[in-house]
Each structure stands twice: as structure tokens, then as C-alpha cells.
Design a protein. Structure first.
Length: 105
């Protein structure tokens, strides 16, 4: 019983971790978040539709792979936020001209 009192309760924490390093998963989470923010912000500017749509697509692919290999809740939380921002940025970029708008034809 004394051992349980000394152990911190991280099972209910949003940012629960297992105490082990996960460099690949953390890198994928960071890349997904950066690409998601980039896609989301540039999606509001019609002239930056190429950047928004490509950053969104790459963010979605990287985030999906990160979700597949993620280990902790903290990683999954960051990946979901990045995936959501990437998806919104991708859709805004597609609405403003798409992946190749103005380059072909």
C-alpha cells in the first residue's frame, strides 16, 4: 500500500506518458503541428493556396503515420490537433485554387 502512495497517478492525465523516450513519435508530432499551423494560417490567404494545400497534404500524411505508431496519449493529442489544422488548411487551400491551381493550363 505504501508503494501506491509514492507512485504518481498519470493514468488520468491528458499528457500521460510512460516515462520512456520516443524520439520518432515526438518528431512526427512536432512536424505535424508545424505543418498544421502553417497550412491553417496560409489557408486564409488566397494567394498562398499552393503552400496551404501542400502543407496540409503533407501534414495529413505525416500525422496519419504518427497516429499509427504513437505510444502515449500526449503524442496522440498533439497529432490530432496537428491533423485537424492540416485538414482545415488543406481544404481552404483547395477551395482557393488547389494543389496545382494556376500552374497547369
Amino acid at each position: 500500500m505504501a508503494q501506491q502512495a509514492l507512485r504518481p497517478n498519470t493514468a488520468g492525465s491528458l499528457f500521460a506518458t510512460d516515462g520512456k523516450p520516443h524520439p520518432l513519435q515526438d518528431t512526427l508530432m512536432a512536424v505535424t503541428l508545424v505543418l498544421g499551423v502553417l497550412a491553417f494560417i496560409t489557408g486564409f490567404f488566397p494567394g498562398l493556396h499552393l503552400l496551404a494545400s501542400w502543407a496540409g497534404v503533407i501534414g495529413l500524411v505525416v500525422g496519419a503515420y504518427g497516429q499509427w505508431i504513437s505510444v502515449t496519449t500526449r503524442e496522440r493529442f498533439g497529432l490530432i490537433v496537428g491533423l485537424g489544422a492540416s485538414g482545415v488548411g488543406f481544404m481552404l487551400g483547395m477551395a482557393n485554387g488547389g494543389l496545382f491551381g494556376g500552374l497547369i493550363g
